[in-house]
Write a protein that binds this ligand. Structure first.
Ligand SMILES: [Zn+2]
Length: 99
């Protein structure tokens, strides 16, 4: 599994996002799910209508500390852990991976 890095902001703080590369050979539903995760992470909104939901620990994260940010998707969104698992993709820290 390879990853891409992006610089952005979270709650006004500079942040480094490390997200799974979208493999060309993955099933279309997986590629869509990973693409939505990327959009959701970088913009705070998913096409399904979901929104980011930083928990208290993430909001209080110190500079340089790695935090997992939560995201609430609408049911049936291909970006959910449940949908990605159907294709053998097991969500891991901050993204996903093949199980
Ligand atoms: Zn979604």
């Amino acid at each position: 599994m390879s990853y891409d890095a992006f610089v952005g902001t979270v709650a006004g703080k500079k942040a480094l996002f490390v997200l799974p590369t979208i493999p060309d050979d993955a099933p279309p539903a997986v590629r869509e799910g990973l693409a939505r995760r990327r959009v959701a992470t970088l913009t705070g909104r998913c096409p399904c209508g979901g929104r980011s939901g930083l928990n208290r620990a993430a909001r209080r994260a110190r500079r340089g500390k790695v935090q997992r940010a939560g995201f609430v998707h609408e049911g049936g969104c291909p970006a959910t852990d449940e949908e990605l698992r159907k294709f053998g993709w097991v969500p891991m820290f901050g993204g996903g991976g093949r199980g």
